[in-house]
Design a protein around this ligand. Sequence first.
Ligand SMILES: CC(=O)N[C@H]1[C@@H](OP(=O)(O)OP(=O)(O)OC[C@H]2O[C@@H](n3ccc(=O)[nH]c3=O)[C@H](O)[C@@H]2O)O[C@H](CO)[C@@H](O)[C@@H]1O
Ligand SMILES: C=C(OP(=O)(O)O)C(=O)O
Length: 433
Amino acid sequence: MPKILIRGGNQLYGTVRASGAKNSVLPILAASILPVKGDSIIEDVPQLTDVQIITEVIENLGVKVQEIRPDALRLNAENLHNPKAPDELVRKMRASFTVLGPLLARFGQARVALPGGCAIGARPVDQHLKGLQALGAEIEVGHGFVDAKVPSGGLRGSRIYFDVNTVGGTQNVMMAAVLAKGQTFIHNAAREPEIIDLANYLNAMGAHVRGAGTDVIRIEGVDELHGANHTVIPDRIEVGTFLLAAAITNGDVYVEGAISNHLTPLLAKLREAGVSVVDDVKGIRVQGIERTLKPIDIKTLPYPGFPTDLQAQMMAFLTVIQGNSLVTETVFENRFMHVSELQRMGAEIKVEGRTAVVEGVPKLTGAVVTASDLRAGGALITAALAAQGVSEIHGLHHVDRGYVDIVGKLRSLGADIERDDEINTNKRIFQVV
Ligand SMILES: CC(=O)N[C@H]1[C@@H](OP(=O)(O)OP(=O)(O)OC[C@H]2O[C@@H](n3ccc(=O)[nH]c3=O)[C@H](O)[C@@H]2O)O[C@H](CO)[C@@H](O)[C@@H]1O
Ligand SMILES: C=C(OP(=O)(O)O)C(=O)O
C-alpha cells in the first residue's frame, strides 16, 4: 500500500504557493454544464483525484473537456446529451451530487445517484431536494437514485429557506435557479468564499446572482448562459494546513496567494495561541518565535466560523501545546476519527460527545497511522512533521482528494518526507488535446 514517510523535527522554512480550491472548482465544473454556447476556460484548476472524478462525470454527460495547461481547462457544453450522471462516479465523490441542479436546469430532467454518507457523517441531501422542489422540480427518491424532472413550463423562481446551513445545497439551488423563470431568494444560504466564487462564474456566464457571501442570495433567472473565463480562488483549507504545519514545527513559512479574509478564524486562533501571523495582500506568513504557546478552544461552525475542514489539523497542532485545549465539532457528527491515530503518536486526547479535550504533551512520537478521511490525513501529516522519529501515513487516497503534491510542497519547505508508491504526484490527470 502506498504511504508517506516523514522523519519529524525539521522546522519548515520558505515560500509555498496555494493551489486552486477543491471546494470551488468542483461546483464550478458542475456549473460548466449550463451554457448552451461558447467555451469556458477555468484557470488554477488543482490536480486532484476529486477534480479528475468530476471531470469524468461532466465528460460523460457530454461536456467537451480539454486541458490547455496542467492547471487550465477549456470546457464546452454545446453537445450535452445525457441527463444521467454515472452512478459509479457519483458514489466515489459526494460533491458530484451538485450536477443535479444544473442538469435539471439544462435538460428539464436528471438522474443522479444518492451520494450516501462518509466517514465524517451521514450527510443527507434533504435540503438540496427541498430547494429544487421549491423551484418546481418533481423528485422521486428510490433504489439509491434521485430522479428529478421539471414540469412543462420549466423551473420557477421561489423563496427557499434552508433549515440547515448547507454549502452543497446552496450551490445546487443556485445552479438551478439561474435558468428558472423569475426571482429566487435563498434564505439561510451558506456564506463560504466558494459560494461567492461559484456566483462569480455564473455571473460571468450571463446569470444574475446577487448577495452571494451573505445569508440571502437573490437570483433573477435568465433564458440562457454562455461560456466564460474564470480563475478559481486559492484553497483556504490547504493554506490553513500549511500555516498549521509551519506553526507546529516553529518554522517560518509564507503561503503565497493565500487570502487572509478567507481564514479570519484560523488566523485569530493562531494569534490567540501566541503564534506570530503576518498577512499582506499577496499571502500569509507564520513566523516561528521563541515563545511559549497557550492552549485555546475552538468550535467549528459554518463560515465565517472556524471551518470544520481545519478542525483535525488544528487538533494536531494543539496536541503539543502545554495545558488543556477544547475542540468542539458542530458541523459533522463523526469528525473525530483522527483522534485515535493522534493517540498512537502519543497525543493525550479525550472525546466527550462533540468535544475533544486535548492535553498538550511535550513531544509526539512517530508511529504507523492511517488517514480515515481527507483532513484526518492533513492532521496526521501535520503531527508527523513535529513528531520524534519516523511516521508512516497510510490511507493516501484520501489525501490525494484534496492536497496537490503535498509531499513535494512540504519537501520544498525542508520537511524530511517521501512517498513510497509509483505515483508521480505531478502526473497530469487530464489528456492534452
Ligand atoms: C465539496 C465541498 O464543498 N465540501 C465541503 C462542503 O460539504 P457539503 O456541501 O456536503 O456540506 P454541507 O454544508 O451541505 O453540510 C453541513 C451540514 O449540513 C448537513 N446537511 C447538509 C445538506 C442537507 O441536505 N441536509 C443536511 O442535514 C450535513 O450533514 C452537515 O452536517 O461543506 C462542508 C462544510 O463546510 C465541508 O466540510 C466540505 O469540505
Ligand atoms: C469533507 C471534505 O470534502 P467533501 O465534502 O468533498 O467530502 C473536505 O474537503 O474536507
